[in-house]
Design a protein around this ligand. Structure first.
Ligand SMILES: Cc1cc2nc3c(=O)[nH]c(=O)nc-3n(C[C@H](O)[C@H](O)[C@H](O)COP(=O)(O)OP(=O)(O)OC[C@H]3O[C@@H](n4cnc5c(N)ncnc54)[C@H](O)[C@@H]3O)c2cc1C
Length: 755
């Protein structure tokens, strides 16, 4: 192999695992010249080589489904092009469960899978036994059969990407370790390696669990942490036929398959063991970690019950390898602000083989065309806040990710770890009054408030809060929103230029504005409030923190414009409901003390039907007591969401995102410039359905004439109406058709809202 480092590359890919090699291949395939991949050891030497290589072809999430589907469709072509066999074997897979709730969820899968072009069969226990004879089905209710699932040889797949990439002109260098990414003025300049420096326009860090160490060299750590991840390998077992399907049992935390006549049994650990990269040898290559029998014992014991033949099996080894996980168990991909030209594709969370092809294509589109084809906002690294990249956050959070991602959750569930990282000034006050919190970007945000400690169901409590917004008033703590005060001589001109004159509110009012990147992509949805003639407050929901901050940094750094981040200094309270205007008047009357003792600002957003109050954090409790004296109840995020959805207002990452192909003009709340594609691929449809898809709904499939044509982006059950208000993203050609939503295993008509 040629070990001369080129002086310059259009894109340097760091890491020669399955993901890096796929990215190099797809970049070269997309026509990029000068692609250079750098691997510190040998290709596949990190996590890839010891992967089980299983591919689940059916995924409930439409985005992940598309990503895996692309991979499976690419494999034959890749095999041909690279002349490298991938070791692909279609074995089929059984999924089984002993839990009634899981079994109920499985009932809707065959219909949806069939509509998406994948065969999935619902199995009762008897049929399960026929498909998977080594399983003791006595406690099992049934499951699914997915005939097209298969496995691939991870090393062969990596070599195939690498060979095909080289044939298309990419340079792949082994034994070349990256030491530092050099940046200047927030732009990537070069990559420094053990064999010299290479200047470049873009860097994609695809170094698996080492990715954060590498991005940290230019000041940006990533929300990523490695766990010890293991599976058992037995010697040959007479009971195991060579064509035994793979198995996946979420409720047992187990997966596995046949391996050389024996069994592989892996676990998705409940309290997984974190491992810091500094605790691995610096030359860790084709390495494994120590066997962890204590940790595996509970899973082994379940496996012995399920597969009695295991009792007689001889164990080859308990393979333990490191794999990296993110705060929500989905990969992190995309540009890493604030360093222009820096990209990441890591944190595959035990799915990197199955996702590698799709990730490669997405990253190549991002770099070559500026934006991927799919809406990947749920995978975008910018969905996390900076505090989530800290060692203390990730080391704790990662431990529960493998199991959390496969468990069934209700609206009251959330991660146990890395909580109370950032607290609103009203947190304790609300907690004492029965608030139930969820963690969002390190913040604790109230979902609902059980103010009388009645321990009612979340649904009942949220219904009561929604009813309060219909009849009376409800206060919501929005202090965790990112808040920037904008003033200075140039502020008015800058605001008008950024959002268009029609979006600029009068003093005391607010509008919803689209923060775009100047090239048409929406990077945040913000509230623009005018506090005084030339004083503005721009605020955005906590989920948007990273993109929003980056947008402020890039677009509002202008002469004569002063920008002050007041997120941590001020509390923000929003009032919903008819009585809100009266409450605001009463709170602000000096005789009531508030205005006399504190500098409060308030504004009204008429389209959102929200009034807001902003006070210094030291005054937050005084404001809360004022509201208490006016008998204003507190509520949480679900009630606020219902208010938003009823008014047809989009949320960032749901209805609109940086990748959306839905025109912003579909939402009537924008009075400013239209942003979005001229020929939309999807349209936003608003309407109602006569059922409650649940508090945590989202992504329920939308059908037109048996075809899946989109999915719900938001839904809110409105008890007083006896129906749910929904927003959906639907393929443009079907937006006017008769639509149905799959809720559970029933197709429910979606009645479009009359405009
Ligand atoms: C036990 C186990 C079972 C698994 N089973 C499955 C499965 O069945 N299906 C599935 O889809 N996934 C599975 N996975 C997950 C899958 O293996 C990983 O997601 C995938 O291999 C990650 O690939 P990667 O390219 O991101 O990282 P890696 O394979 O770790 O590649 C990163 C590369 O970067 C290199 N590198 C690091 N630092 C530097 C540097 N400074 N300079 C240059 N190069 C550097 C490393 O040497 C390494 O080769 C499993 C993982 C484990 C641990």
């Amino acid at each position: 192999m040629n070990q001369r480092l080129p002086g310059h590359a259009a894109t340097v890919v760091i890491g020669g695992g399955v993901v890096g090699c796929s990215i190099a291949y797809h970049l070269a395939k997309a026509g990029q010249k000068d692609v250079v991949l750098l691997e510190r050891s040998r290709l596949s030497a990190g996590t890839t080589w010891h992967s089980a290589g299983n591919m689940e072809t059916y995924r409930a999430d439409p985005l992940i489904f598309e990503i895996v589907r692309y991979g499976v469709s690419l494999f034959p072509e890749l095999e041909k092009e690279s002349e490298q066999a991938l070791g692909w074997r279609t074995t089929g897979r059984v999924m089984y469960t002993h839990l009634p709730a899981r079994m109920a969820a499985y009932r809707s899968v065959p219909r949806l899978a069939h509509a998406r072009g994948i065969e999935v069969e619902l199995l009762d226990a008897r049929k399960l036994e026929q498909r998977f004879p080594i399983l003791d089905v006595s406690p099992i209710l049934g499951g699914l059969w997915i005939p097209n699932d298969g496995r691939v040889n991870p090393t062969d797949l990596t070599m195939a990407y690498a060979r095909a990439a080289r044939r298309r002109g990419a340079t792949l260098l082994e034994n070349c370790a990256v030491q530092r990414i050099r940046s200047a003025n927030d732009r990537v300049q070069a990559v420094e390696t053990t064999i010299g420096e290479i200047r470049c326009d873009n860097v994609v860090v695809a170094a698996g669990l080492w990715s954060s160490d590498i991005t940290s060299t230019c000041g940006v750590p990533l929300p990523l942490y490695a766990l010890e991840h293991f599976y058992l390998i037995t010697k040959e077992m007479p009971e195991v036929p060579r064509d035994l399907p793979m198995f996946l049992a979420f409720d047992d935390y187990l997966y596995g398959r046949e391996e050389v006549g024996g069994l592989i049994v892996g676990c998705l650990d409940r309290d997984a063991l974190p491992i810091a990269t500094r605790d691995l040898p610096s030359d860790f290559s084709f390495g494994l970690l120590n066997e962890r029998w204590d940790q595996f014992e509970p899973y082994m014991s379940t496996a012995l019950q399920r597969f009695p033949a295991l009792e007689r099996a001889e164990i080859r080894m308990l393979l333990n390898g490191p794999e990296s996980f993110t705060p929500d168990g989905q990969m992190i991909i995309g540009p890493v602000p604030p360093v222009a030209g820096l990209f990441v594709a890591a944190g595959m969370s035990s799915n990197g083989i199955a996702l590698s092809a799709g990730v490669g294509r997405i990253m190549a589109e991002w770099i070559v065309a500026g934006r991927p084809d799919l809406d990947v906002s749920r995978l975008d690294v910018r969905r996390f806040a900076r505090c989530q990249a800290s060692e203390s956050f990730m080391r704790r959070r990662a431990t529960e990710i493998p199991s959390y991602c496969i468990e069934m959750h209700g609206p009251g569930d959330d991660y146990r770890t890395a909580r109370d990282v950032r607290l609103s000034p009203l947190h304790e006050y609300l907690a004492e009054r029965g608030a139930h919190f969820r963690s969002i970007c390190g913040w604790e945000r109230a979902s609902w408030v059980d103010r009388d400690g009645r321990e009612l169901s979340p649904r009942t409590l949220v219904d009561e809060e929604i009813a309060a917004t219909e009849r009376d008033v409800l206060a919501i703590d929005g202090s965790m929103n990112s808040k920037f005060l904008i003033n200075g001589d140039g502020a008015a001109a800058a605001i008008t230029e950024l959002f268009g004159a029609a979006s600029v509110p009068i003093v005391g009012e607010a509008t919803t504005v689209l923060a775009d990147d100047g090239c048409g992509a929406i990077v945040a949805l913000a509230s623009l409030a005018r506090l005084a003639e030339s004083v503005w407050l721009l605020s955005a929901e906590a989920e948007q923190e990273t993109s929003f901050r980056e947008w402020i940094r890039v677009r509002l750094q202008q002469p004569h414009v002063s920008v002050r981040d007041i997120t941590a200094e001020y509390a923000l309270v929003r009032l919903l409901g008819r009585r809100r205007e009266r409450v605001i008047r009463e709170v602000l009357v000096p005789a009531n003390g508030l205005c006399g003792s504190m500098p409060a600002s308030c504004w009204r957003d008429r389209t959102a039907a929200v009034d807001a109050l902003l006070v210094p954090k030291g005054m937050a409790l005084e404001l809360a007591r004022q509201l208490e004296s006016l008998a204003v109840p507190w509520g949480g995020h679900f009630a606020e969401e219902a208010n938003r959805i009823r008014r047809g207002r989009p949320a960032f990452g749901r209805e609109l995102s940086a990748f959306t192909d839905v025109p912003a003009a579909d939402f009537r709340c924008f009075s400013g410039r239209a942003v979005g594609p001229a020929n939309p691929g999807h349209r936003a449809v608003m309407g109602t359905i006569d059922c409650d898809p649940g508090l945590d709904s989202g992504l329920e499939p939308v059908f037109s004439s048996e075809l899946p044509v989109g999915w719900l982006t938001s839904a809110a059950w409105i008890r007083s109406q006896g129906s749910s208000v929904v927003m959906a993203r639907v393929a443009a050609a079907h937006a006017g058709a008769r639509l149905q939503v799959l809720v559970g295993d029933e197709l429910v008509p979606l009645r479009p809202r009359e405009s």
